[in-house]
Design a protein around this ligand. Structure first.
Ligand SMILES: CC(C)(COP(=O)(O)OP(=O)(O)OC[C@H]1O[C@@H](n2cnc3c(N)ncnc32)[C@H](O)[C@@H]1OP(=O)(O)O)[C@@H](O)C(=O)NCCC(=O)NCCS
Length: 205
């Protein structure tokens, strides 16, 4: 089987210009990072990404154990930044906590802020959570004294690209992520080649 290439944009934004915090819609609230919430981030990430294109690009995002591993990796990075790492929660009709969205931030080796993954659980999208969560993480990066923030997004993820552009992110670079066919990805193994043939562009030699 052939490898698949996914086109991705590296986007960045200036943090020195004034910005307006975006309040959450009524009923939702932010929850700051603490160590006990690592698994909540992993589960919220899984529920946000499992049916999305990024679960093809990064198969670990389509798997709960993969999301747990990824969260531990992010947490253990030397630049992990708790003030740029947030959850969004609300109480459901029965009063139980409903975890709706997650974002994590790190400081990269060049001293630039880096958004790792932002995910909003289906059913809570299109009402401003993504916007508020990015502004909340950006406030954390700014408070930490950082001047720029970057992220990577799959080119075909037009909803996410639009969101980032609206919030001042601009395309800095195009990269390609190669996904090798894997016998360990039976859930998505069939779809990788079909989606890939539709979405991916070959890397020019
Ligand atoms: C991309 C993603 C994070 C966006 O989250 P979201 O909560 O839907 O984002 P928002 O609600 O802030 O913005 C989405 C749209 O809703 C609109 N919107 C925001 N608040 C609104 C409101 N109160 N009423 C109506 N529409 C609203 C926005 O204008 C925006 O429109 P656009 O798509 O034309 O730009 C979410 O779709 C997601 O989790 N996707 C899967 C995971 C993923 O791909 N993550 C990105 C990885 S790089």
């Amino acid at each position: 089987m052939e490898s698949t290439y996914f086109k991705r944009f590296r986007m960045d934004a200036d943090l020195t210009a004034p910005r307006r915090p975006q309040p959450l819609p009524p009923g939702y609230r932010f929850v700051a990072w603490n160590e006990a919430l690592l698994d909540v981030h992993a589960r919220t990430k899984f529920r946000s990404f499992r049916s999305e294109i990024d679960a093809l690009v990064f198969p670990c995002l389509g798997d709960l154990e993969g999301c747990r591993r990824l969260m531990r990796e992010i947490r253990n990075k030397s630049g992990f930044l708790p003030v740029a790492t947030w959850l969004v929660v609300r109480n459901d009709a029965g009063g139980d906590l409903e975890w709706c969205a997650t974002i994590q931030g790190v400081v990269d080796k060049l001293g630039m802020g880096s958004i790792q993954n932002i995910g909003v659980v289906p059913g809570h999208r299109g009402c401003g959570l993504g916007t508020s969560l990015i502004e909340q993480a950006i406030a954390g990066f700014r408070g930490h004294g950082l001047r720029r923030v970057s992220l990577e997004v799959t080119a075909d993820n037009s909803r996410a690209v639009r969101l980032y552009q609206r919030l001042g992110f601009r395309r800095a670079k195009t990269v390609y992520k190669v996904v090798e066919p894997s016998a360990e990805a039976p859930v998505y193994g069939a779809s990788i080649s079909s989606v890939g043939s539709r979405l991916a562009e070959p890397v020019c030699p």
